[in-house]
Design a protein around this ligand. Structure first.
Ligand SMILES: C[S@@+](CC[C@H](N)C(=O)[O-])C[C@H]1O[C@@H](n2cnc3c(N)ncnc32)[C@H](O)[C@@H]1O
Length: 223
């Protein structure tokens, strides 16, 4: 089994389940045209995010890491008309591409992009009483995933879902002595989750067009 086969299966699933449409393809094309790195979620992962937002009945969603707005479009599509998604993005250039993509996708009114390092945006969000969030998607700078996660737990409602992407990191998650700071951050994330009895969580390993990685899914128990 190799990368080529994983990509073929992703392509099969995307085609057979109709996961991509003109709007999503246009968003990817615009991101490529603008020189953004192709590090967005895959179509099957985007559909999973859309399903989670819908199954949660989410009205308030927080995203760390907008890039060109690809995952944002998937999630925003699952929101009701009065639903709101706040997405935090460090790069003003990426945020501008995302804004155009979101508007073209017809979900622009539901999405606010805040530009700047996410950690700096959080105190303002708190002052403004943002949340409590129904779903949080963490997909920004991976060394800060545990910091974003801790904030998310404090600002999510009971019953909320938190999804953290790219936690398996080619399997290095299992290496206690890894010298990769991003890997050590994902190990700390798991320690934090394990220490909080309110949380029910798992980590799912994935292969696909994005190589070998995985995501952590955390539910803030409501009973
Ligand atoms: C993996 S990409 C996000 C992909 C996007 N969620 C998608 O699937 O379409 C990570 C994004 O996080 C942004 N980022 C990196 N460091 C950040 C920080 N400190 N605060 C906010 N965003 C950051 C990067 O500029 C990049 O756009």
């Amino acid at each position: 089994m190799d990368q080529e086969r994983w990509s073929e299966v992703d392509a099969f699933v995307s085609e057979r389940l109709g996961l991509e449409d003109e709007t999503l393809a246009a968003a990817l094309a615009a991101a490529e045209e603008a020189g953004l790195p192709a590090i967005q979620v895959s179509p099957p992962q985007g559909r999973l995010l859309q399903m989670l937002v819908r199954m949660q009945g989410a009205r308030r969603v927080l995203e760390f890491g907008t890039l060109g707005g690809y995952s944002t479009i998937w999630m925003a599509r699952a929101l009701p008309a009065d639903g709101r998604l706040i997405s935090l993005e460090a790069s003003a250039e990426y945020a501008a591409v995302a804004r155009a993509n979101l508007d073209r996708a017809g979900v622009g009114e539901r999405v606010e992009i805040r530009v700047g390092p996410a950690l700096e945006a959080l105190p303002t969000l708190e002052e403004q009483g943002a949340g409590p969030f129904d779903l949080v998607f963490i997909d920004a700078d991976k060394v800060n995933t545990p910091n974003y996660f801790a904030w998310a737990v404090d600002h999510a409602r009971p019953g909320a879902l938190i999804v953290a992407d790219n936690v398996v990191r080619g399997g290095t998650l299992a290496e206690a002595d890894s010298e990769d700071p991003a890997t050590q951050a994902q190990r700390r994330l798991h320690d934090e989750i394990a220490a909080d009895s309110r949380l029910l969580a798992t980590t799912i390993q994935t292969v696909g067009g994005k190589s070998y990685d995985g995501f952590t899914l955390v539910w803030l128990q409501d009973g």
